[in-house]
Design a protein around this ligand. Structure first.
Ligand code: P71
Length: 464
């Protein structure tokens, strides 16, 4: 039997401050109803992101004390290199301060203006780093991955037929590399199967183009493979990880997710000449190759975290904690994206608040009430984050989906706290008809969701 509940006990606690509803309402009004602008110590349960928010283990904290802060040749670099080599099979590991620097280094080295980089779905920073090279970031996830109600075991898979067509149309010169994000964050933390990764690799090999993983949540992905992919039930997650990584030639990694650390990342692969080119750039913009923008102690924390994350008791708990939150919401009739992914539950705000049009930010309405009435911070992934005014037509353009993400930090919240989250969302759902839309008062020209200011509409102006 899998470990039934939390496979750890609590040694150190971080007190949470209780903030009254009045104070939360005041803070939120002062923040222009923007949850990014609310101080974190006024939040009871913070589900803004699973990135950099993990709790480290006693072994990781002990590892910080054996941090070797030598400028060159720190022992912790070798420990991390060994951990990465054993898990991935890639023998060159270049540490970075977080995932996006690994992306920057890889794309600056391999990608040229006018080229196309296909991915199942680019994460924001990955897209930005591809576009910074003057190239196009193209999402090729399978059609099922775009339908929030479609149940499919590997909704993160890349559409191999679309990839083949892309190669046939443009040839290999236009496509410097292919990427697969595991799990597919932008698609809801959905996994990718080994069969799919292999099929993509086969196409890449035929055209002589390298395949890389964006491996932030590789362990969660491998747990899903063990659970769902035929032939993998009796293999260990560690064995599955090795098999998965063998499908690609390298990876970028944000250690802030499945590295179980608060900061850190790396780039790993087997190509020595690529390592030389990346290292030359690293030396100029990040640091010496044996620390890459991190302290020695951070490297040690990540080395230990990468091994801990492959514990199957931990993964069973982790995946099921997220899944149980989704199940509690689903059973109460709250519309969520299905199946539940590895690191977050996504609420479908358009179905949750059908009386609030996209122009009035239904996702953000839910985020506002979750904080004001329950002290929970979630994040809107919808009209506020992705909507914009078309400069040519002057029309507002909205994304297909308005979602609210409840991202679950690793090893941080108890199942009782998760139950509180579920009950809060269910209560809001019962009272949803009384909720009002929002309007924008201020927006920055780029990445408006971080700094936007909004105001609640008066009841009279609500469209029904
Ligand atoms: C998440 C994040 C963190 C985040 C980053 C930027 C804006 C808002 C939130 C980061 C990822 C990711 C994938 C698949 C690369 C990065 C960047 N995710 N790939 O989901 O999910 O890693 O933050 O270490 O630079 O909240 P980095």
């Amino acid at each position: 039997m899998r470990f039934p509940a939390e496979p750890f006990r609590i040694k150190v606690v971080e007190p949470l401050r209780y903030v009254s509803r009045e104070e939360r309402a005041r803070l939120l009004a002062g923040a222009g109803l923007n949850i990014f602008q609310v101080p974190a110590d006024s939040i009871y349960i913070d589900l803004l992101t699973d990135s950099g928010t993990s709790a480290m283990s006693d072994s990781q904290w002990a590892g910080l004390m054996v941090g070797d802060e030598s400028y060159a040749g720190s022992r912790n670099f070798y420990n991390l290199e060994r951990a990465v080599r054993e898990i991935t099979g890639y023998h060159r590991m270049i540490p970075t301060h977080q995932g996006r620097m690994a992306e920057n280094l890889l794309f600056s080295t391999l990608v040229r203006p006018g080229q196309i980089v296909p991915n199942n779905s680019h994460f924001d920073t990955t897209r930005a780093n591809v576009e910074a090279q003057g190239a196009e970031a193209l999402d090729l996830v399978i059609d099922e991955g775009l339908d929030p109600t479609f149940d499919h075991p590997f909704k993160g898979n890349l559409d191999v037929a679309k990839l083949e067509r892309l190669f046939e149309t443009h040839g290999r010169e236009k496509i410097p590399l292919v990427m697969i994000t595991v799990t597919n964050n932008s698609g809801g933390g959905q996994p990718v199967s080994i069969a799919n990764a292999r099929a993509v690799r086969e196409v890449c090999d035929r055209y002589g183009v390298p395949l890389f993983f964006d491996a932030c949540r590789f362990a969660e992905n491998c747990y899903f493979i063990q659970e769902r992919e035929p032939g993998y039930a009796s293999k260990s997650v560690r064995e599955i990880a090795r098999e998965l990584f063998a499908c690609a030639v390298g990876c970028t990694m944000s250690g802030k997710k499945d590295g179980l650390v608060n900061i850190g990342g790396f780039l790993a692969f087997n190509d020595d000449s690529l390592a030389e080119r990346v290292t030359n750039l690293l030396l100029r913009i990040e640091g010496f190759p044996t620390y890459g923008g991190l302290a020695g102690r951070d490297l040690e924390g990540m080395a230990r975290g990468l091994n801990e994350v492959l514990s199957e008791d931990y993964l069973a708990f982790r995946i099921n904690q997220v899944r149980n939150l989704g199940a509690m919401l689903d059973q109460a009739g709250v519309p969520i994206v299905k199946p539940v992914g590895g690191h977050a539950v996504y609420i479908d705000a358009r179905r949750f608040l059908p009386h609030i049009p996209q122009s009035q930010f239904p996702g953000q309405c839910l985020v506002v009430v979750l904080y004001r009435d329950y002290g929970i911070r979630a994040v809107e992934v919808g009209s506020l984050m992705f909507g914009h005014r078309d400069p040519q037509t002057g029309q507002d353009v909205f994304p297909k989906l308005d979602l609210v993400r409840l991202a679950i930090p690793r090893r941080v919240y108890t199942s009782e706290q998760m139950r509180y989250v579920a009950q809060s969302v269910i209560e809001i759902h019962r009272e949803r008809d009384a909720m009002r839309g929002l309007r924008l008062e201020y927006e920055a020209p780029v990445l408006r969701h971080f700094t936007a200011r909004l105001r609640e509409l008066e009841p009279a102006t609500v469209q029904t």
